[in-house]
Design a protein around this ligand. Structure first.
Ligand code: PGA
Length: 248
């Protein structure tokens, strides 16, 4: 079964309306012939302007988080319906920075994932181990827990995307080797097969994230189980287009 590659950017807390529009306008002609799906996940307040800037192109605009409740007294939060209102298709859930700085847990990841799917959004669910967990041989154990709890009760897991982001590789310039990324993503795929179904494992899109850039994207994307990338730093520049065009 062939899986369509998917390259997504994660702007994190960067860019303004002007710098975001400028970058999107530069990227549009560079990525127009991409063979993969392309998305930029941007700060919520920039979504309307970036959506407008990307109009008529193959660049989807995504969000970086979503709350699990439909509506209500959750000051500062944004619901799935609000994202839908602006034509958002993808939303990052459970990024390690949310886990580390904002108390995100596997349980809240699960609630957000359900909310996104119920609204018809595609969640990009992030998983990945800390450096000490890798060094103490606990990577698979951590991933087992993140996948089992984070995706608990999802009816069709293939409607979600998984991003494997080893925490030690995020923003550090220390990319996982092609072999490390392949081995771990193959493990995640196997686990999806066990938790859901073998066909689900074959079908689900799994990205690699963590210091993926214009120089290392080809090697990572050549791995049989790596279906794409979640790109932080390099998505703030036109380097993003080089990654999107990794196969050219
Ligand atoms: P990075 O970030 O590419 O800057 O390492 C990846 C991410 O956090 O999604």
């Amino acid at each position: 079964m062939s899986r369509k590659p998917f390259i997504a950017g994660n702007w994190k807390m960067n860019m303004t309306v002007a710098s975001g529009e400028k970058l999107i306008n530069e990227l549009k002609p560079l990525v127009k012939d991409a063979n993969c799906d392309v998305c930029l996940c941007v700060p919520a307040i920039l979504i309307p302007a970036m959506k407008k800037a990307a109009e008529g192109s193959n660049v989807e605009i995504g969000a970086e988080n979503v709350h699990w409740a439909e509506k209500g007294a959750y000051t500062g939060e944004i619901s799935a319906d609000m994202l839908k209102d602006y034509g958002v298709k993808y939303v990052i859930i459970g990024h390690s920075e949310r886990r580390q700085y904002f108390g995100e847990t596997d349980e809240t990841v699960n609630k957000r994932t359900h909310a996104a799917l119920n609204a018809g959004l595609t969640p990009i669910v992030c998983v990945g181990e800390l450096l000490e967990e890798r060094e103490s041989g606990k990577t698979n154990e951590v991933l087992d827990r993140q996948l089992k709890v984070g995706l608990n009760g999802i009816a069709d897991v293939t409607k979600a995307v998984i991003a494997y982001e080893p925490v030690w590789a995020i923003g550090t310039g220390k990319t996982a080797t092609d072999e490390q990324a392949q081995e771990t993503i193959a493990y995640i795929r196997k686990k999806i097969g066990e938790l859901f179904c073998p066909e689900c494992a074959e079908k689900i899109i799994i990205q690699y994230g963590g210091s993926m850039n214009a120089a290392n994207c080809k090697g990572l994307m050549a791995q049989p189980d790596i279906d794409g990338g979640l790109i932080g730093g390099a998505s703030l520049k036109t380097d993003f287009a080089t990654i999107v065009n990794y196969d050219k």
